[in-house]
Design a protein around this ligand. Sequence first.
Ligand SMILES: Nc1nc2c(ncn2[C@@H]2O[C@H](COP(=O)(O)OP(=O)(O)OP(=O)(O)O)[C@@H](O)[C@H]2O)c(=O)[nH]1
Length: 378
Amino acid sequence: MYVEDVARVPRTLGGTRGEELDLPGHKREYDEDDVRIRPGRSSRPRTRTRPKHDDAVDALVITVDRGRYGCFREDGSLDDPIITAMRARELGRKSVVVGDRVALVGDVSGAPGALARIVRISERTSVLRRTADDDDTTPEGRLERVVVANADQLVIVSALADPPPRTGFIDRCLVAAYDADIEPLLCLTKADLAGPAAVLDYYAELDLPHVLIHPDSDLAELRRRLAGQISVMVGHSGVGKSTLVNRLVPDALRAVGVVSAVGKGRHTSTSAVALRLPPVGRSRKDPGWIIDTPGIRSFGLAHVSAESLLHGFPDLVEGTLEDQPNCGHTTADVECHLDAWVADGKADPRRLASYRRLLASRAGDLDFRDHPETELPS
Ligand SMILES: Nc1nc2c(ncn2[C@@H]2O[C@H](COP(=O)(O)OP(=O)(O)OP(=O)(O)O)[C@@H](O)[C@H]2O)c(=O)[nH]1
């Protein structure tokens, strides 16, 4: 006998008896030709009919600030005002983050003081998460934060000098990007101070796209890679993110309508902010969005499973294929094949060290976490 939850049965299957099938908490039993409806606990909650908002406006959430959401009409032009909105009660506990595609009703004029309501959030194509720390857990669970939704690309900004590149941070970002199914793009700034050879050598075995940013360059290559995409930018303090954002979006501050920190030329928001990129030449192609994340200084990976950490190290994957299923690939796993794999010259030992640092950090091994990162030759 095949049993199906009534609430999940499409009405079209019900025939004349279909009307009576739509009873919450009942099950439909198929026994050859005989179909019966019996009371029974439905394993899934009954789907609620979504209230209709035929007049709703589709918009992208570009700022989030204390319960107020700045939204940009999907069909809007660059000159359109930002629509301020609040969550409608019908959203329940669903969170709204920058990058969410939402449906707005109410006053969507964007006039000063006008307030729209967010009545729907579209299914997310990607979710970039982070935890404050790698072993960031409480008895209630992980303190996990969604950084942005629907991003296509993670732009990892690293200076080539002043401050020197930190491959540990880049590796972390790669794990987060692959875990969220977002394409990484390595953006190497301050190319006037040092060459990229050492960084590129470290990532030689990865098919990792990169762009070099020289202060005199026209950013054409970067703009080409950002076009048509929603890209999130992350990087350590001082690597030149604000300089880059201001070059990419010259009126960034006006665009998000927030006050610049004195002398910094950057918006003061500590959460993510999406900025519309200006059109490239006469091209009609969507220039895309860049999401700046000024308040994000670290990428805790407590939400990434130990197995998924390996996704950030595709150059090591083959070396693990002969390992026992329960091998944790740490230094304590004496039968782990990764050591021999590296000793045979099949992978860079610095990459294995970085992978193990992340594994140890997730496990809360403070001694290992304090172990200095391998420095790249300058
Ligand atoms: N030589 C050189 N200096 C640069 C370049 N880009 C930025 N800088 C300088 O690097 C310093 C830091 O740049 P910012 O753009 O403020 O760096 P940031 O990543 O936004 O730093 P936070 O605001 O702390 O997050 C500033 O003094 C910039 O003038 C570059 O391409 N070459």
